[in-house]
Design a protein around this ligand. Structure first.
Ligand code: SF4
Length: 320
């Protein structure tokens, strides 16, 4: 059990841990497993598939996930060492796929910024995904790296409905603020995409409008997933539905189960991101049709793995 030693405010606790490994490469092509480049844990989106990772620390995926933040204070140092291992083969790395790497505490902790500095130092390409405007602070690092095909940013926008966003993602920036972040990235020449994930049946139903707004703001790539409810996320999500959508809760869950072979969740690798069945096909068609109409995913910028230089001139790995 972890002792939470620091208190950030009356509702939020902060605890620092040290980690030994950053990389445990997963089966996801070019993506890192949950625990990899996430500098800290602890947030609050109701649909978050990363909630169960708090259980690894004997913490609850519900309240503890939302109130106890685990910061990996040495993550940059360990990443630096990992990238310089002789057997390391460069691949696209993502920062923030299973925790938002620009949570408010990043302003003081600067863990994400330190990861970017490591990547810059060894010229390793990476992408960042976030719901936060905090990424704008690091434009000074990101813009030159983007120019050299070493960095790209994705901003997640699940809906344009501010009220719904507050219910689903209570600690994230408003949709309008996230659009402004897309504009800032684009204005600074940083390739920026929009993630419209997750799509939830009968909850966020403005996929086309989100894509249109993101396109107008400067996003040029887009992707989506459908909701995933692994382990403890399913009962938490059901409670949330009962609270906010009592009239349609059973209809929503029926549609989710239809996409997952009759279960709340099916980890089948081929279908876990997009689901299958009529509703999953419909979302796919709506997404593809709108992307095609607007022009998304035509000018995908390929990040350049060939620039990776794990050692300094004298052949030694530089560790801060
Ligand atoms: S911001 Fe992303 S990682 Fe954080 S709780 Fe929401 S969905 Fe999960």
């Amino acid at each position: 059990m972890i002792n939470f030693t620091g208190i950030c405010n009356e509702q939020m606790f902060l605890h620092f841990i040290t980690v030994k490994v950053v990389f445990l490469l997963s089966n996801d092509l070019f993506l890192l497993k949950n625990e990899q480049l996430k500098p800290r844990r602890g947030e609050s989106c109701i649909y978050c598939y990363a909630r169960p990772t708090h259980s690894y620390l004997n913490l609850s995926p519900g309240l503890d996930f939302e109130t106890k933040i685990i910061a990996k204070r040495n993550i940059a140092e360990v990443l630096c060492a990992d990238l310089r291992r002789p057997k390391y083969v460069p691949r696209l790395l993502n920062i923030g796929s299973a925790t938002d790497c620009y949570q408010p505490l990043e302003r003081e902790l600067r863990l994400t910024r330190s990861l970017i500095e490591v990547m810059k130092d060894v010229r390793h390409p990476f992408s960042i995904i976030t719901k936060s405007s905090g990424v704008e602070r690091d434009v000074d690092l990101l813009a030159p790296l983007a120019w050299e095909k070493l960095a790209a940013v994705y901003v997640t926008i699940t809906t344009l409905d501010g009220e719904l966003a507050r219910r689903m993602e209570p600690r994230a920036a408003s949709p309008e603020r996230r659009l402004r972040t897309i504009r800032t990235m684009a204005a600074n020449g940083i390739p920026v995409g929009v993630s419209v994930a997750p799509q939830i049946p009968f909850v966020n139903d403005d996929l086309e409008q989100v894509l249109e707004a993101a396109w107008a703001a400067g996003a040029r790539t887009a992707f989506y997933t459908v909701i995933r409810l692994p382990w403890e996320v399913a009962p938490l999500f059901r409670q949330w539905l009962d609270l906010h959508y009592p009239q349609r809760a059973s209809r929503i869950m029926a549609r989710i189960q239809e996409m997952r072979g009759g279960k709340d969740y099916n980890s089948d690798f081929a279908s876990r991101m997009k689901g299958h069945g009529i509703w999953a096909d419909l979302i796919k068609q709506r997404f593809e049709k709108t992307c095609h109409r607007l022009g998304f995913n035509r000018e995908r910028v390929e990040l350049d793995l060939s620039q990776f230089k794990p050692t300094t001139k004298n052949g030694q790995g530089k560790l801060f």
